[in-house]
Design a protein around this ligand. Sequence first.
Ligand code: ADP
Ligand code: ADP
Ligand code: ZN
Ligand code: ZN
Length: 785
Amino acid sequence: MTHVADSHDLIRVQGARENNLKDIGLDIPKRRLTVFTGVSGSGKSSLVFGTIAAESRRMIDETYSAFLQGFMPSLARPDVDNLEGLTTAIIVDQERMGANPRSTVGTATDANAMLRILYSRLGQPHVGPPTAFSFNVPTRKASGMMSTEKSGGRVEKKAVKQAVYLGGMCARCEGMGQVSDIDLTALYDESKSLREGALTVPGYSMDGWYGRLFEGMGLPMDKPIATFTKKQLETMLWSEPTKIKVEGINLTFEGIIPKIQKSMLSKDHEAMQPHVRRFVERAVTFQICPECEGTRLTPEARSSTVNGKSIADLCRMQINDLAQWVRDLDEPGFEPLLKGLRHLLDSFTEIGLGYLSLDRPAGTLSGGEAQRAKMIRHLGSSLTDVTYVFDEPTIGLHPHDIARMNDLLLRLRDKGNTVLVVEHKPETIAIADHAVDLGPLAGSKGGEVNFEGSVEELRSSDTLTGRHLDDRVRLKETVRGSTDALEIRGADTHNLRDVDVDIPLGVLTVVTGVAGSGKSSLVHGALDHRDDIVIVDQAAIKGSRRSNPATYTGLLEPVRKAFAKANDVKPALFSSNSQGACPTCNGAGVIFTELGVMATVESPCEDCEGRRFQDAVLEFELAGKNIADVLELSMSEAEAFFAKDGPTSLPAAHTILTRLVDVGLGYLTLGQPLTALSGGERQRLKLAVRMGEKGEVYVLDEPTTGLHLADVENLLGLLDRLVDSGTSVIVIEHHQAVMAHADWIIDLGPGAGHDGGRVVFEGTPRQLVEDRATLTGEHLADYVG
Ligand code: ADP
Ligand code: ADP
Ligand code: ZN
Ligand code: ZN
């Protein structure tokens, strides 16, 4: 690029060294769309998120007053010499929309706020202010308030009792839309005594404080629960918080049921530890709130209507139907409000989310859906000269939906914003004004700017990306025949229309269809509860902050033992949660500072300099490396290190490492915190672990997420090896190369939401392409060359 260094036109990066970046410099044109390409692990996120967006965020924070800054995390400066021409960065990523069960698609996008205004003005009968239609605001709360009054020249403070909040929250379910019922038989075994372990609720061990608490409350510890008096049973199950003194310490006892309600039911299911989630699923049944019928609202809020519909009716509608309903509203005097609302609802449809409803809990959206929902806020925004940063915005999108996403990215640019997109899909790379390719490979073999220039130039460049951009997929000559089938009958989860389908076993089956057609509903709804099926998804991995790929995969076990044996000491020394750990950071390598509502900040531990262990432990070596050195190796390096003919042969570790390299994670380091992994990386990590078990049927959800075109070939090789070794593999995918490689395709559609939910095609990829009868068939046919 022959740009003059002018900060009006350019973002200039000099000397970037975050993670694997090799002291790189580059210029990015402003108010243009720039795409960042390169194999996974090449350094795209380290540059775009870790350097550019991170520095922009940090600089914004520095503009606050010193007073405010005192309350805020001081963000570490990214490792970069110089950054010029930055503007405010808005990161639109795939983080799920969080655990708050009060957040819905409508509340998260401001659509509900607009509907509330509409109803407070137009609703009949008239009920009150906009908050009267909010299920997150309680109806009334008496509270003591100080009121300041001037009387006769004197200022008087006096306490008044006053009702504040005039909200629309259903009192029965507190705005949750559902009420819970707890199955007592799942809480305890009545033939046993407390001391014998009668309680089957996770976390209730009688050895610790709980035992003493129960005893302190006068509950018989050695009698079977069946013999408890009514009073005793009630204390155990329902007691209000009661303060008691046990061995001189003040403790609070609370009945098991209120405790469960507080500690377990208010949480996001996904965020629970697996054993707690299993317990909740067994013991607690949720029912739609009988009072508000799941609408979360008071009777008053529900009875007010506009054109015959209540606000609850609107929130239940599919958004594209709702948009039509609003378009049909003819209310003179309310034009600006209606125009704003129409605009907002139309953007859902444009972005491919028209099949959602506003009452959908935000936490149930997939990563791709969440990213698109977050984008909605910005489409209506009149901000200009902002830097928007996207992480694979096409995830979860059928080829048919990608064109619309592209339009939206261009629209943001045309408003005068800089748009930075990390992306692998050729259709989106194609629309960029400028391309930056990182590489040449991953991890320590990447981190350099491979290419900068136009997409046309990238196409003809001698880079992995360039060579693959025009790839056409080939249909297989022969497909595998099934050995058996999983019969799904009458599936009706969400939008599915009583679907009967046979999923063939012993083969690679790909489930396709536009976003919202029902792929996840079919695969998860029908298969989730089966023990013989291994679901490998992108959900967060639960674990401590010390968790890393080495602990998660079990790889650390044999490594610690080898260290212990070589040095004649205990294996526990080499575990970062034991006596060998750095006492300052407890083996995390970083210090976490909780900032209440603001977030948690992380700073490197100054004592061990991020190495996690005490100096004494680092004296012990294995083939010339200490434990911290080993944790800094990439999977590929470690595979060579522990190979049969490597510096130190360790077959147990080597087997696991080979699988990790196989799933395309060779560039990850053993000690990288799990919290730093992307959804795609998490899924591949889980796959590597699960491959060690003898699963019968594997289900994967968009395993190509985060994969470069060149990596997709490796993934296909891996899936083939799985199938050839007797595993059945079912994959939800939009990637044409994966579809073409399938033995069998099940295509859902024809549209999304209530326009979908049917099987529109079952057969081989070749039949799909020859028929060209579905959207998927058409798009795949275009890609087969
Ligand atoms: P990409 O976005 O191209 O997939 P990344 O920027 O995520 O690549 O990763 C580049 C390199 O930096 C990889 O080797 C990766 O393992 C490493 N890396 C990324 N994040 C971290 C982290 N938080 N700690 C240590 N290493 C990291
Ligand atoms: P796909 O996987 O093909 O994108 P989904 O199975 O996610 O499609 O969605 C199919 C339909 O089911 C959509 O209308 C969607 O809004 C609805 N749906 C999916 N998950 C939920 C859920 N947890 N709650 C309510 N509706 C859902
Ligand atoms: Zn209710
Ligand atoms: Zn430390």
